[in-house]
Design a protein around this ligand. Structure first.
Ligand code: 6PG
Length: 266
């Protein structure tokens, strides 16, 4: 690894030589958190995003993890989902099904996908209701600081504009404080209709990881992590600050190339 375990402004940075190395480290990180959570609570509640993240999780489906992870104890959620049918190529569910769910023995009833035949508003409401049921039965823990669900791990990607989940820059969705899951109908990145976890839910998780590769995201990584001063726009990725949880950024050297003070090993 080019740089590992570095703390910067309350975040741990793990910077990798390339996507392959990142993928190995990410698989180990997820497997370790799964083991710890199952030992402590009997289950592992994991929320995913779409984009390149799923491909970067590919090593979880390979040895040793395909055999060592206790897949039967996993519950899968989406931190955001596009309002398309589950068989559509834009669906985050389909992406995850093809890249992960079809390859490891996760229990079908533990996969909490959205109601894809509803409106975005109704789907967000239904999704929050489903999460509330699972908080009640303690499949998902509850935060000590508010009544929010406390996911064991939320995995996020980040767009070049600094968006995470479907929380886009300068969008009113960033101000949502009450709902756990909300919806948007004007996403700047297609498709326009999406549902998304809100910031209070993301920031209540036990662990959050933001996984970013590629030089086209280097400016956003810099703005999200470095001390950039009050005049710079506050990107949604910068607003990810889990209160009691741990935040880790998984980067490759290209994505990290504009970070201040990141000294990479040869
Ligand atoms: C979505 C994704 C989105 C994604 C980022 C990063 O539904 O659009 O969940 O938030 O994670 O846009 O995507 P890439 O890693 O593919 O750039």
């Amino acid at each position: 690894m080019a740089l590992s375990g570095v703390e910067k402004n309350g975040r741990e940075l793990r910077i990798h030589e390339n996507a392959d190395e990142l993928s190995s480290n990410l698989a180990e990180y997820i497997a370790d958190l799964s083991e710890a959570s199952i030992k402590e609570r009997g289950v592992f509640a994991l929320a995913l995003s779409g984009g390149s993240l799923i491909n970067l999780m590919r090593k979880l489906c390979e040895a040793p993890y395909n055999k060592t992870v206790d897949w039967a104890k996993w519950y899968i959620f989406w931190a955001d989902e596009r309002m398309v049918s589950k068989s559509h190529s834009d669906s985050n569910y389909k992406l995850t099904k093809d890249g992960l769910l079809s390859k490891v023995p996760i229990v079908h009833s533990h996969v909490l996908s959205i109601n894809d035949s509803a409106t975005a508003e109704q789907a967000a409401e239904d999704y929050e209701f489903a999460i509330r049921q699972l908080v009640r039965t303690r499949v998902i823990s509850v935060s000590e600081i508010n009544d929010c669900p406390k996911f064991d791990l939320i995995l996020l990607g980040m767009g070049p504009d600094g968006h995470v989940a479907s929380l886009f820059p300068n969008h009113s969705v960033l101000d949502e404080k009450v709902q756990w899951v909300t919806f948007i109908t004007n996403s700047p990145k297609p498709p326009p209709e999406r549902i998304t976890f809100t910031l209070p839910v993301i920031n209540s998780a036990s662990n959050v990881a933001i996984v970013v590769t590629g030089g086209n995201k280097a400016d956003a990584v810099h703005l999200a992590i470095d001390d950039v001063g009050p005049d710079c726009e506050v990107l949604p990725a910068r607003m990810v600050q889990p209160g009691k949880g741990k935040l880790v950024w998984f980067l490759d050297v290209e994505a990290a190339s504009k970070l201040e003070d990141a000294k990479f090993s040869e």
